[in-house]
Design a protein around this ligand. Sequence first.
Ligand SMILES: Nc1ncnc2c1ncn2[C@@H]1O[C@H](COP(=O)(O)OP(=O)(O)OP(=O)(O)O)[C@@H](O)[C@H]1O
Ligand SMILES: [Mg+2]
Length: 368
Amino acid sequence: MAATESLVLNDVTKIFQQRGGAGVVKAVDRVSLTIRKGEFVTLLGPSGCGKTTTLRLIAGFEMPSSGRIVLDGTDITYQPPNKRDMAMVFQSYALFPHMNVFDNVAYGLRIRKLSRSDIQTRVENALALVGLSGLGNRKPNQLSGGQQQRVALARALVMEPQVLLFDEPLSNLDAKLRVQMRGEIHALQRRLNITSVYVTHDQVEAMALSDRIVVMNAGRIEQIGTPDEIYRRPNTRFVADFIGRANFIDTTVVQAQGERVTVELFGTRVELQSNGRSVKPGERQTAVVRPEGLKLRADPTLEQVLIEQAMYLGSEIEYIVRAGDQRLVVVDSDPRTSQIFPEGETVGLDIIGEAVHLLPPEETSARA
Ligand SMILES: Nc1ncnc2c1ncn2[C@@H]1O[C@H](COP(=O)(O)OP(=O)(O)OP(=O)(O)O)[C@@H](O)[C@H]1O
Ligand SMILES: [Mg+2]
C-alpha cells in the first residue's frame, strides 16, 4: 500500500437486525473509501443515511457484516476500539461530570499508564491547543457549551491519535459559536495534519472543513469529491439537491463539439463543458443551475420571468421567479446591486454558462 494511504474501507456493509423481528436495516451498503494521510474527509448526508454507523465501524464500536477496514496496511476490521490508534469527538461531548477539565483530558493517558510529568505536559499542551489554558480545575458544569466541546476536542488530541473521528461535534452549539469552532477545528487540523473523518448533515460545515466530501444516501455513497467538485459537478440529482440549492431545468442540446456543448435554456443559448460526457445534438438533458448562476436584468431581449418573491437578506437578495411553468431560485450577491426588483414585476433572465452543469443521462428523468 502506498505510504500516503492511511485508512481504507473496502466494500463495507453493516446490516442491523431490528428488535422484535421487525426485519433488517442495511445501514451501510458496500461502502469503499480510501483516505489519505492527513486528509480531512467528511461523511455528509441526511438523517439515517448511515454516517454514524460508518464512523462507528471505523472506530471499532461496531463490526461490519462484510467488508474490510485497513489502517496503514494493517487489517483492523475486528480489532477492538482500544487497540486502534484513533480518538473520537462526540456530539454530546461525553465528559465525566465529576472530574475536572484536567482529569477529563488526562483520562486516556492514565489508562495508558504514562508518567505523571508526561501527563502534565501533554494535557497542558492539549488545553493550550484548544484555548483552554488555565481552566484545568473547572468542572464541566462550570463551562459553556463551546468550552465543553473544546475539552472533548482536547481529550481526543491529547492521545495524539493517527486518526481523529468526529460525530456532529458542533451541532449542540449556537449558530455563531458553531462557525467559530468550525474555523478552529479547520486551523487545528491543518496545523497538526491528523487524518480526520468528520460526520455532519450540515453541508456548509462539510464544505468549509473538508479536503473531500463523501455524500451518502440510504447507506450508499452517492459521490466522493472535493467541495468544489461536489458543488459544481454533482453526479446525481440527489447530490445537486443536497449540496447547496439547485434549479433543475430541462434543456435541449443544440450543438456538441468535443468538450464544448451548447444547450438552450429558456430561449437562451448557453455554452458549457460536457465534463467528459458524450452528448448529441437534439438530446434532452437535465441541467443543474445554481441560484447564483442566474441573473435578473431589465433587458427585453432576454427571456422574461415573473418575480413571485423578493427577499432582502443583507449580503444577498433572493428571488423566486416563474419562467414558463417552472419556479426558479435566483440569488444576487453582487455588492453593486442597488435595485431590488419588486414582486409582481417582469424582468429578463440571464444565465451564466459556467454555473450550468448537465446531469448524467440516467439522472435526467430518474429519481425526480
Ligand atoms: N444499533 C442499531 N440497531 C438497529 N438499527 C440501527 C442501529 N444503529 C443504526 N441503525 C439504523 O441504521 C440506519 C443508519 O443509522 P445512522 O445512525 O448511521 O444514521 P446517521 O446518518 O448517522 O443519521 P443522523 O444524521 O440522524 O445521525 C438508520 O436506519 C438507523 O435506524
Ligand atoms: Mg448520526
